[in-house]
Design a protein around this ligand. Structure first.
Ligand code: PMP
Length: 401
C-alpha cells in the first residue's frame, strides 16, 4: 500500500493538455493550434538565426565559465532588458529608479513579482482581465494574493469591453494591483487603443491602483519593439510605480531556455535599492539563482548592434507571417461564404485569434477534422500556414453550418 494511494489524478493543463491530445492523434492531417509557439510556413519550430550566431559566439569564448550567477541574474542582461521595455532613453533608468532581476521566463517573473507584492505591498488584491491567460489566476493565488477580475472582452462585439473595464477598475479598492497585458492580449487578441490606454492610466493613477504589466509578446504583435512597449512606457512616463514581467520565449524564440525579467520602477533610487534587496530574499529560497545560458544569448544579441538589427528583422518576419495568416484565413472564410462576420480575425492582434467558436464547435473540429485548440475557441495563428488554411476553413465552415 503506497503512502500516496489516496492521491487522485489531476486534470491535464488546459493549454499544454491540447498538445498531449494532439500527440496521440495519428491522423496525417492533424493540426495543433493550441499552444502558442511559432511555426514556419513548413510547420516547423524556428530557431532564430541571431540565436544560432549568439550561441556560436558563446561556445567559442573560452573565457566563459559555468559558475553561479548572482541571485538577481546576469547584470548585462538585466540592464539591457530594462532598456528594451522602457526605452533606451528612459529617464527612470537614468535616475536609477528601476530594479531588474532575471527570472524564469514570463511565468517566473510574474511569480516573483506576485510573491514580492504579497509580502511587502499593503493591498493584496490583484485584478486580472476577464478572460486572461489561464495561468495568471494560479500564479497570483499561489503567491498569496487575492485574485479578482475586471471586465475586458465583450463577446457581442468581439472587442474591448471598455465601459466595463473602466467601471470595474473604478470600483476597485484604492491601491489594488491591476494585471495588464502590455500588448497582444492573450487569449482575445484585443488591445486598448492608445487613447483608451491613456484613460486607463489616468483612472488607475487617480485611484492609486498599481500596474503590473505582463509583456510576453514585445515585437511579436505589431512587428515593432517600440510600438508594442507603448502601453508600459505611458505608465512609466508619469513617474509612478510600475511592475513589468518580460518574456523572451516568443520574441527570441527562446521558449525552453526560460529567460525573462521582472522590473520594478519606483519613485526614487533609494526605495529602488531597498526593493531589490527584498527581491533577492524572495528568489533565494525559491531557486537560488537563475540559469546562465538563455540570458547570455539575449545579452549577446541585445548588446551587439548588428545582431540586434538582425533580430528586429527576424522578429518582424515572424509578426508579418502571423498577420498574413490572419488575412488568408479571413479571405478563405469569405470566399467560402461561411456565415458570420469574421472581421475580428484581421482586427485582433498577436499570436492568437479568439474565434468565437464555442466548446461544442471546438470539440466537433477536433473530432471530425483533427484540429486541436483550447476549448474557449482560441487558435494560435503562429501554428497556421498557407498549406493548412484550407483545412481549417473547411472545419470552421462545417462547425458553424
Ligand atoms: N503571459 C502571457 C500572457 C503568455 O501568453 C505567456 C505564454 N503563453 C506567458 C505570460 C509566459 O510564458 P513563458 O513563461 O513561457 O515566458
Amino acid at each position: 500500500q503506497s503512502v500516496f494511494s489516496h492521491i487522485v489524478r489531476a486534470p491535464e493543463d488546459p493549454i499544454l493538455g491540447v498538445t498531449v491530445a494532439y500527440n496521440k492523434d495519428t491522423s496525417p492531417v492533424k493540426l495543433n493550434l493550441g499552444v502558442g509557439a511559432y511555426r514556419t510556413e513548413e510547420g516547423k519550430p524556428l530557431v532564430l538565426n541571431v540565436v544560432r550566431q549568439a550561441e556560436q559566439l558563446l561556445v567559442n569564448d573560452r573565457s566563459r565559465i559555468k559558475e553561479y550567477l548572482p541571485i538577481t541574474g546576469l547584470a548585462d542582461f538585466n540592464k539591457l532588458s530594462a532598456k528594451l521595455i522602457l526605452g533606451a532613453d528612459s529617464p527612470a533608468i537614468q535616475e536609477n529608479r528601476v530594479t531588474t532581476v532575471q527570472c524564469l521566463s514570463g511565468t517566473g517573473s510574474l511569480r516573483v513579482g506576485g510573491e514580492f507584492l504579497a509580502q511587502h505591498y499593503h493591498q493584496r488584491t490583484i485584478y486580472i482581465p476577464q478572460p486572461t491567460w489561464g495561468n495568471h489566476t494560479k500564479i497570483f493565488a499561489l503567491a498569496g494574493l487575492s485574485v479578482k477580475s475586471y471586465r475586458y472582452y465583450d463577446p457581442a462585439t468581439r472587442g474591448l469591453h471598455f465601459q466595463g473595464l473602466l467601471e470595474d477598475l473604478g470600483s476597485a479598492p484604492s491601491g489594488a494591483i491591476v494585471l495588464l497585458h502590455a500588448c497582444a492580449h492573450n487569449p482575445t487578441g484585443v488591445d486598448p487603443t492608445k487613447d483608451q490606454w491613456e484613460q486607463i492610466r489616468r483612472l488607475m493613477r487617480s485611484k492609486g491602483l498599481l500596474p503590473f504589466f505582463d509583456s510576453a509578446y514585445q515585437g511579436f504583435a505589431s512587428g515593432s519593439l517600440d510600438t508594442d512597449a507603448q502601453s508600459v512606457r505611458m505608465f512609466v512616463a508619469d513617474g509612478g510605480e510600475v511592475l513589468v514581467a518580460q518574456s523572451y520565449a516568443k520574441n527570441m524564440g527562446l521558449y525552453g531556455e526560460r529567460v525573462g525579467a521582472l522590473s520594478i520602477v519606483c519613485r526614487n533610487a533609494d526605495v529602488t535599492s531597498r526593493v531589490e534587496s527584498q527581491l533577492k530574499l524572495v528568489i533565494r529560497p525559491m531557486y537560488s539563482n537563475p540559469p546562465i545560458h538563455g540570458a547570455s544569448i539575449v545579452a549577446t544579441i541585445l548588446k551587439d548592434r548588428n545582431l540586434y538589427h538582425e533580430w528586429t528583422l527576424e522578429l518582424k518576419a515572424m509578426a508579418d507571417r502571423i498577420i498574413r495568416m490572419r488575412q488568408q484565413l479571413f479571405d478563405a472564410l469569405r470566399a467560402k461564404g461561411t456565415p458570420g462576420d469574421w472581421s475580428h480575425i484581421i482586427k485582433q492582434i498577436g499570436m492568437f485569434t479568439f474565434t468565437g467558436l464555442n466548446k461544442e464547435q471546438v470539440a466537433f473540429m477536433t473530432k471530425e477534422y483533427h484540429i486541436y485548440m483550447t476549448s474557449d475557441g482560441r487558435i494560435s495563428m503562429a501554428g497556421l500556414s498557407s498549406r493548412t488554411v484550407p483545412h481549417l476553413t473547411d472545419a470552421i465552415h462545417a462547425a458553424v453550418t
